[in-house]
Design a protein around this ligand. Structure first.
Ligand SMILES: Nc1ncnc2c1ncn2[C@@H]1O[C@H](COP(=O)(O)OP(=O)(O)O)[C@@H](O)[C@H]1O
Ligand SMILES: [Mg+2]
Length: 496
């Protein structure tokens, strides 16, 4: 059973009990008043009869006595009157009483004997009546006879019945009204707030921490709702913090794994470079020497060229590896990014023209200042642009934009700041998901002449500059690389 139904039932029961008690006592007191009123009425009728009957001589004025009785009988509440004269043993009575006067004469005699009026309730021919008998006296105070007045009591019962009904009706209306009022009030103040609170708790149980209970006011349920809302917000914040921390931990683990991997590669690379470097120098030195000696022998010359080309590739890999392993900490100074990009593009211009690539440049951030090592950053942009060019052997579009963005590193969402974003987009061959997941891994390449080190090196350089790189691509449609570098926000720009 619902709480408001229980409350309404209890309160209604109390109200019904109180009102019924009140009604019962009201009916009792009404009955009492009516009886007293009726007795006064009957006594005054008796008094009206007593005066003339004591003045006259009853045996001599019998007709007058009968007239008096008939006059009283016409009164609608009076059933009849019996007059008794003791001396002559004469009885006068109303027509309605007829021959059944004996019990009333008996009453009169008793009143005469006791010299006291007699009152009683009785039933006359199934009609409830009230009888009032009193003695008549002569001038000397002797009893000469008596009178008995019979009054209907049914009119009194009728009035009591009406009073009962009206009390019952009032009771019903009152109870109905009060119960409805209680139901409405408990619904408004108790049931609705509780069901809203319940809904909130269920939503919370389902994991919906954004749910807020809408209860305005200063009463207890509203305060509870406000406390609930605060709790849900606190939980949400805690949950977000946990997720953030977990992400940061994951990233830290990831970068730790990468550093471990790089450290191993570093050791391996410096060992290899040392071991391979010297024999490689000897091979290419001897090849060059032999080349001079075999002038004219085309076949031998071609083979020697291949040897030299492949040796050069090996030394390129070694150079890149060593460059990465023995990488110096960046020598940072204030740089204007667009100017740096311009220099890089100038350097790559012949290749761009050769491959019929359309170049679009757009600088949205007019003061694009960063703190950085110009050589290292130029290496990053040159790696990215060369990759883009290499992805478009049949020509295409190369788009370069520089803009400012208010953002934060992954896992450090609280630390928002201004970053300069260099966006390099191409319409080249693109990458599938698996390739995209591996591009930053050392030695991962899809090219015949590739080293698979360019993006890894670039990523390392950007990390040293407190920046990062993001890649997106779709097979057959092109790729997009975004480089984020912390911006210096200053008014004047005078360095490149
Ligand atoms: N713009 C690009 N379009 C398509 N593939 C790309 C692009 N940039 C990088 N890649 C892919 O990432 C791989 C790794 O690139 P990188 O580290 O520069 O090494 P490399 O260029 O020597 O192969 C490339 O072999 C290529 O598969
Ligand atoms: Mg490359």
């Amino acid at each position: 059973m619902k709480l408001n139904t229980k409350l309404s039932l209890c309160l209604s029961l109390v109200i019904i009990l109180v009102l019924t008690g009140y009604g019962y006592f009201h009916v009792l007191s009404r009955r009492d008043i009516l009886i007293r009123k009726m007795k006064v009425e009957v006594r005054s009728i008796g008094q009206t009869l007593r005066v003339p009957l004591e003045k006259i001589s009853i045996p001599k004025e019998m007709e007058y006595v009968q007239e008096l009785i008939d006059a009283v009988e016409e009164y609608e509440r009076t059933l009849g009157v019996v007059v008794y004269h003791g001396g002559k043993d004469l009885v006068f009575c109303s027509r309605s009483i007829g021959d059944a006067f004996e019990p009333y004469v008996e009453k009169i005699r008793k009143a005469m004997e006791e010299n006291l009026s007699q009152e009683s309730f009785e039933v006359y021919h199934k009609t409830p009546v009230f009888s009032y008998a009193f003695p008549l006296k002569d001038r000397r105070g002797r009893s000469i006879g008596g009178v008995c007045v019979l009054q209907h009591t049914s009119f009194m019962e009728e009035e009591i019945r009406k009073a009962k009904w009206s009390i019952l009706l009032t009771l019903l209306i009152l109870v109905g009204g009060i119960v409805t009022l209680i139901l409405l009030m408990t619904k408004h103040w108790i049931s609705t707030p509780i069901s809203r609170l319940m809904q909130g708790i269920q939503e919370l149980g389902k994991g919906n921490l954004d749910f807020q209970i809408d209860l305005q006011g200063k009463d207890e349920p509203s305060q509870l709702a406000q406390a609930f809302n605060q709790m849900a917000s606190a939980l949400k914040k805690a949950q977000e913090k946990i997720i953030r921390e977990a992400n940061t931990r994951l990233e830290l683990e990831e970068s730790l794994r990468r550093s471990e991997k790089l450290a191993i590669i570093g050791q391996l690379a410096s060992g290899l470079a040392h071991e391979i470097g010297t024999p490689l120098n000897i091979i290419s030195g001897r090849a060059e020497l032999t080349m001079k000696k075999v002038k004219g022998q085309k076949e031998a010359q071609k083979n020697l060229e291949i040897i030299l080309l492949q040796s050069e590739k090996i030394s390129k890999i070694i150079r890149q590896l060593l460059g990465f392993v023995r990488k110096k900490p960046p020598e940072k100074r204030r740089l204007n990014l667009p100017a740096l990009l311009e220099t890089t593009l100038d350097f790559l211009d012949p290749q761009i023209r050769r491959q019929k690539i359309q170049l679009y440049k757009q600088v949205e951030a007019p003061l694009s200042l960063v703190m950085g090592d110009p050589d290292q950053l130029q290496q990053v942009f040159s790696n990215l642009i060369v990759n883009a060019i290499q992805s478009m052997p049949e020509g295409g579009e190369l788009r370069l934009t520089v803009h400012m963005e208010q953002t934060s590193k992954k896992g450090l969402e609280d630390e928002q700041r201004a970053y300069l974003v260099v966006h390099i987009e191409d319409t080249g061959v693109g990458m599938d998901r698996e390739t995209l997941e591996n591009i930053f891994n050392p030695f991962f390449t899809t090219k015949d002449t590739g080293t698979g080190l360019g993006l890894m090196v670039s990523q390392g350089i950007l990390q040293d500059h407190e920046g990062w790189i993001e890649a997106e691509s779709e097979k057959g449609k092109g790729s997009s690389f975004k480089v984020y570098l912390p911006a210096i926000q200053e008014e004047v720009c005078h360095e490149t």
